[in-house]
Write a protein that binds this ligand. Structure first.
Ligand SMILES: NC(=O)c1ccc[n+]([C@@H]2O[C@H](COP(=O)([O-])OP(=O)(O)OC[C@H]3O[C@@H](n4cnc5c(N)ncnc54)[C@H](O)[C@@H]3O)[C@@H](O)[C@H]2O)c1
Length: 347
């Protein structure tokens, strides 16, 4: 099959540094035929490296009949307006995260997408992260029993000062890393949200947007997902820490440590209401812990761009649905309210 003829709008850190380089490495599946940026040098560089058509105005790229797929990788506050124009062109559209900053913007996109012959794909590339897929696969085997709490932490310390620290451009960690980790959180939660708590702060970055995001979700299944994305956490924790009824696991992105009990070697334990005779606390039984270290590699990896290619050729629907992408925007919007409340979710 012929490669997908692709045009990229916005040739910055994502559009050039991540997307053009990834597509350039997949010539069988994608061909970069056009690029648009308001900075002329960036358009010239793309044209020179890929033999692509360069545009100063993204609307000219949308009018280029040679382009089948449009990738939108401009600043976050422009995704809805450029995304709507791209959908109106009838082409396929791959939209960078955050899809939208508000649910209202998201719903405008979804309504437009329903009327467009093109396919709208959310760039939820971190759904395919090997460590995330691996931890999910592992938990699905029941290795630590029933999962009760999942902690997802992305910690660092950065006195950041680019546009991603300014709210008027859609900056802040809620819209930056938020879509990725909220999507992970919703997958780990595995049930509709019953309750949600959030707190946004600015700790180390410049600007007026948050660089510290805390969200706690409780599912209708009783499971808790505790999520933190922070540029103000100088002593951070591992990205994944999970507690279950038979043990726990941690994953640092490369290695996974599992500490678990074999349920067939446990005798039932019952609560005793009597006053303890031995004056000790807890249960004195000797637990036979099984401790393992595993490579954080999935058994069934899927690559983001392969999934995009398959979706555009109608082979397999893109694994991240638009309904799931909408749920992420909904949690972002609720988190911004920064209050604790009973979430009125129905899905
Ligand atoms: N999915 C991911 O893993 C990931 C990673 C990084 C960034 N992003 C997202 O990508 C988007 C861009 O982030 P970035 O860090 O690359 O920003 P950036 O500032 O480095 O790049 C944005 C580019 O868009 C260009 N631009 C701005 N307005 C334009 C317009 N109207 N028409 C054409 N070009 C225009 C700018 O000149 C610049 O080259 C953000 O929304 C961000 O959230 C996603």
């Amino acid at each position: 099959m012929a490669p997908v003829r692709t045009g990229i709008i916005g040739l910055g850190r994502a559009g050039w540094g991540m997307i053009a380089s990834a597509l350039g490495a997949r010539p069988e599946e994608f061909k970069i035929v056009a690029g648009a940026d308001v900075i002329p040098g960036r358009v010239e560089r793309l044209a020179a490296e890929f033999g692509a058509e360069g545009y100063a105005d993204y609307r000219a790229l949308l009018a280029d009949p040679n382009v089948e797929l449009v990738v939108v990788a401009t600043r976050s506050n422009t995704h809805v307006s450029i995304g709507l124009d791209a959908l109106a062109s009838g082409k396929h559209v791959l939209l960078e995260k955050p899809f939208a900053l508000t649910l209202r913007g998201m719903d405008r996109l979804l309504r437009r997408a329903r009327r467009s012959p093109g396919t709208l794909i959310p760039r939820h590339n971190r759904r395919f992260d090997p460590d995330f897929v691996h931890v999910r696969e592992l938990l699905a085997t029941g290795v630590i029993g029933e999962v009760r709490e999942v902690k997802l932490y992305r910690h660092g310390f950065n006195r950041r000062n680019d546009w991603q620290t300014l709210r008027r451009f859609g900056g802040g960690q809620l819209a930056n890393w938020g879509p990725h980790i909220i999507d992970h959180a919703l997958r780990f939660l595995g049930a509709p949200i019953k309750e949600m708590y959030s707190d946004l702060q600015r700790i180390a970055a410049a600007g007026d947007a948050e660089d510290h995001v805390k969200i706690v979700l409780t599912g209708r299944n009783g499971r808790v997902v505790d999520l933190e994305i922070s540029g103000g956490a100088a002593l951070g924790d591992v990205p994944y820490r999970v507690f279950g009824t038979l043990g726990a696991l941690t994953c640092d992105g490369k290695k996974t440590r599992v500490k678990r009990l074999d349920p067939t070697r446990l005798t039932p334990v019952r609560a005793n209401p009597a006053t303890p005779r031995n004056q000790g606390f807890g249960n004195a039984e000797k637990l036979e812990w099984i401790e393992e270290e595993l490579e954080a590699r999935p058994e069934h990896p899927v690559e983001f761009w392969n999934a995009v290619y398959a979706a555009l050729h109608g082979n397999t629907p893109f694994p991240v649905t638009l309904a799931e992408a909408r749920q992420v925007v909904r949690v972002m919007e609720l988190a911004r309210r920064g209050t604790r409340f009973e979430a009125p979710f129905t899905e």
